[in-house]
Design a protein around this ligand. Sequence first.
Ligand SMILES: *[C@@H]1O[C@H](CO)[C@@H](O)[C@H](O)[C@H]1NC(C)=O
Length: 250
Amino acid sequence: MLPSYSIPTCTFRLYPLELIQPQTPKRLLLLHTIIIMASFILYFFLIFMVKADPDPLQDYCIAQTQGSQPFFVNGVPCLNPADASPSHFTTTALSKPANTATNPLGFNVTLTTTRNLPGMNTLGLTMARIDIAGNGLVPPHTHPRASEVTILIKGSLLVGFVDTTNRLFTQQLREGDAFVFPKGLIHFLYNLDSKAPALAISGLTSQNPGAQLASAATFTTKPSIPDDILKKAFQINGQDVSRIRRNLGG
Ligand SMILES: *[C@@H]1O[C@H](CO)[C@@H](O)[C@H](O)[C@H]1NC(C)=O
């Protein structure tokens, strides 16, 4: 069942007043005003809750990544704007294919960061280059702080995400097709071609999207999640737990 957000304002609103006194037009007007105001407050509250990164307060805040940081802020401190240069707003980080042979799944994701693209600090976005070998897989994972839109540049991909009702949405992408993964939902990208590598580019709605792999977050955590919990959660035995841990390098 989906939770309902609008019902509460309606249910708790009037009963006390309505039951105590008969309605006059004036009082009705007042009540309606209160209801409308309450709805607005709830609306803005919800908008605030789903907001992406906070808005910047200046044109740019080029990440100051040199030297040690004497204090900690929500993001990365700004370089003196007088020292800004065009090079702070460009990067070659996404220009070369990354190595997909260093992991058994055959994928490699290269991100823009405040280190390789300091001009993106506080702008609320990240770009990603996704290289996937033949039949390679970016395994099911989530980005807790970002929605993601992916465009397939080369190859053919099967992409998909699962919503909170456990419904799967998949699509087979051809070159030039794009697909969007809503914020926080588990998703994957699979190269359908057994030989040709695939190349996709993503934009993400946070400068620090974060990534949690479903498999790693359960079987290769440090310290380990107790076996009994994994046995029960996945309805498997202790040998299964050990085998999956071993296979995932945990
Ligand atoms: C991704 O590719 C880079 C450069 O090609 C390599 O250094 C890195 O180890 C790779 N990462 C993974 C997770 O395979």
